[in-house]
Unconditional design. Structure first.
Lengths: 495, 495
């Protein structure tokens, strides 16, 4: 399962009518109260809504206008650039739409216009870069000045959008909502995703990341955005500095009800012993040739492994290295930082080990520790792990721009499978050292890790560096899946 | 006098041998003590030295190595990219050269290599942008992690460099220090300045601005950099957050001894009445035609006026507007923000008044209030006015990128002339309201304003938006100079 930022968010969340109805009174009262408190606070709130689901975004905006007190709210739609705005620098529209302190503004659109213009060749990459740079600096100015910026990107898969439109057309019901633009979007969305992800990454700043909202279910969409606005606003009104506040997505529906990336992994996949040996043999042979070519063509490779304790990272890595020349690769087993490593920025030790051209670095646990164990265990402050997402994206972007082939793996197993493996390890004398009391304690935080993994995958899956989620309950299956991804990826990279 | 970032720094500072010798013992003791304290502190220090004066930068680095305790200092020269580094992403060299917490590193070079490569056409603008973007994000990561980053750009005018080399060649003394590279630099420096200024602006981040050091006098150069390092380090060791700390340039030699941009203005220039009328007539006629063409060609104009109280801004502006069509321009008199304006980011009201294409906005006092009156009077916190420089650069860059002709004027008069004008105003009934007790009080802060103006001009003079420093003791001269600059600038802009 290859995961990009956007399809990671398409986890299939929905909210039943009963849950929705029963959540409403408290939510709406909360929103009105928070707005009332905001009126005398000394910061403005800007809620930015963008997305590939135009009709959904419209419906969401209407809903927010219904739930919030419109006296303290202005809605600004940035779809068409009017005459007045075209005659001034781009950002003029934003500045003149800013809410004053104590007020809230809802900004809709704008982002997709740039995506579309770039895809249509009207706007080149340099111009997109410039536009994004000014958007980032404007956001930084507003944040430094105290503004609360909440950014939601509404994603509904193209197939869902098409299905929805066809149904509307058939029934005649609400068919008027959709027009040519929506059919075009549904048609071209899949090809647009790399550009959308690039623009989302380029317009993200520390303190104001994009939160990706799944748009398939209207109740989930409206409820999660409204809850996120309310939660972020309440936190801020309580005086928490925005850097230390929970991210907007943490205010979504009850975590237990939240569908996650991991919930979708089909853990039943297995490989029979015979087929496994054949596949292994074949994949390793291909990998050997590819690594050879990569060395000759000076293409570096970075393979990043994360996963549950006892998920089988080591076994999968050994099946990779068995196919490689000893001089070509290094495996970096990443444990808690040493006393020396702690004296540097946490990315320092990973930079240190970046492979030279033509070589392979395999990280057994990685820089993602910042947003996994350090987050869940509280070793990093919220401000630290939250800016970690951007720092990691920047690090990986530099690898990719240099020409490195980078792949990231999360090996997934069920909690039951993990328990069974712990038990087995205790019985195998040479593996007994691998299991400690702490491993059992960590299991209590399983749900917290599931949430952290979910956010990690959504925030850091990029076109150049996607996450591969591996179905690992069957070790043979995990090994073959990993090998197949590396072989495919390297083949693509080498053209 | 048109002022760019770099030639603004060429103010002619020098330190006598006696002053230098007597300053040394305390300075060196201070450096060693600060380094000792740093050893047990939890942040690293990176001192970055770049510049167009290679030999000067070398001498400076040698000096710092002599004054600092080399056990706690590493020096890394980034001139040539070695084999190891070429095979990895650019930033690998930086990351692997990072000092641990408690240590200091001196990084030399790198910046000019990129300038050179861009000028030679080896590296295009997109690549420079990408390089600068990663440099910015790396700096932000290190700053967020607590690092102290001090960046010095050493500038010695090309003529001075040439003179120095010729003298060395003639006398044979130290001629070995100079080679082909230095002659090439001296030859091409003037043409390279726009690129250097662009790269300096693009690699500047909030919390780590470039400090431009005048390299003509070696004693001034070494003393000011060492004092700045010491001052910044001591402030940081005292636990002040870096955002609120004084900027490195504030630790230079005694402000009274510091040569400033304003000290160089020739205030003796005058215009006879007859010649003035002729020039005025001629310039206004040309301006009228140019404004006409600008309107037709949709080129907007922004003219920003700053200067001492009673410097004659109003008079100069009236001589401009007298040449314009009433519908083409607006004059925005900028006073202390109103209650309403205070509810927005300080740039909001300036964005609001940005002219549409073909029109002219004249600001009588400007967004520079942030780094002038608000700084000197303490209305803005150090963190606020310090990030103001970057915010202003970004704002102006957007205007320039949009195609706007932007010119900035500081009308300079002497303190004596100001006093005389205050007196005259009190005697002229219709000007009496223009003079208050506060005006006299502000005079006490003359020196603080001189420093603020100096820093403002050095930090915000860019190729697209230079400062014009106007000699204003003679009102007629000021008006003619302003008009001439606007006419020249618009002519250039309209090609």
């Amino acid at each position: 399962m290859i995961i990009g930022m956007l399809n990671a968010a398409a986890a299939g969340n929905c909210v039943s009518k009963e849950d929705f109805t029963s959540a409403l009174p408290e939510l709406r009262l909360g929103l009105l109260n928070a707005q009332f408190d905001l009126a005398s606070a000394d910061f403005p709130v800007v809620v930015i809504i963008a997305g590939d689901d135009r009709v959904g975004a419209n419906a969401l905006v209407n809903r927010l206008n219904e739930w919030l007190d419109s006296r303290y709210l202005t809605t600004q739609v940035f779809s068409e650039v009017g005459e007045e705005a075209r005659q001034r620098p781009d950002a003029w529209r934003l500045w003149t739409s800013l809410p004053p302190k104590g007020r809230m503004a809802l900004w809709v659109g704008g982002l997709m216009r740039m995506v579309r213009a770039h895809l249509d060749g009207e706007v080149d990459r340099t111009e997109v870069d410039r536009w994004a740079k000014h958007l980032r600096s404007t956001q930084r100015m507003l944040l430094a000045d105290g503004a609360l910026l909440l950014k939601y990107y509404l994603h509904t898969p193209a197939a869902t959008q098409r299905r929805r439109m066809k149904r509307a057309k058939r029934s005649g019901d609400e068919a008027w909502r959709y027009d040519e633009r929506d059919w075009t979007m549904a048609k071209s969305l899949d090809q647009a995703i790399p550009t959308i992800e690039m623009v989302l990454a380029d317009t993200s700043v520390s303190g104001a990341p994009w939160t990706i909202i799944e748009g398939t279910d209207a109740r989930y969409r409206d409820l999660s955005v409204a809850r996120s606005i309310l939660g972020s606003l309440q936190t801020r009104l309580q005086g928490l500095p925005s850097a230390a506040a929970p991210t907007p997505s943490e205010f979504f529906v009850d975590p237990d009800q939240q569908a996650t990336v991991l919930a979708h992994v089909d853990l039943s996949r297995t490989q029979g012993a015979k087929r496994y040996r054949r596949l292994l043999e074949d994949l390793q042979a291909r990998l050997h040739l590819l690594a050879d070519e990569a060395r000759r063509r000076d293409v570096a490779t970075v393979l990043a492994f994360e996963g549950w304790d006892a998920a089988g990272k080591g076994g999968a890595i050994r099946r990779l290295t068995a196919a490689l020349e000893a001089g070509d690769y290094r495996v970096h087993a990443v444990a808690a930082p040493t006393e020396e490593e702690r004296r540097y920025h946490y990315l320092w030790r990973f930079w240190r080990d970046v492979p030279r051209d033509g070589r392979i670095a395999i990280y057994d646990r990685t820089w993602y520790g910042r947003v996994l164990v350090e987050r869940v265990e509280g070793f990093a402050t919220p401000a630290e792990w939250q800016r970690g997402f951007d720092e990691i994206l920047d690090f990986e972007q530099q690898l990719v721009e240099h020409g490195t082939y980078l792949a990231k793996f999360w090996i997934h197993i069920s909690a039951e499978e993990q328990l069974a493996r712990f038990g087995a390890r205790e019985e195998t004398s040479y593996k007994r050292h691998k299991i400690t009391e702490e491993d059992y304690r960590n299991r209590e935080k399983w749900d917290a890790y599931v949430q952290a993994v979910d956010q990690m995958v959504i925030r850091t899956s990029t076109v150049g560096a996607p996450w591969h989620i591996i179905s690992g309950n069957d070790k043979r299956n995990a090994r073959v899946e990993v090998l197949a991804h590396v072989v495919d990826g390297l083949e693509q990279r080498l053209g």
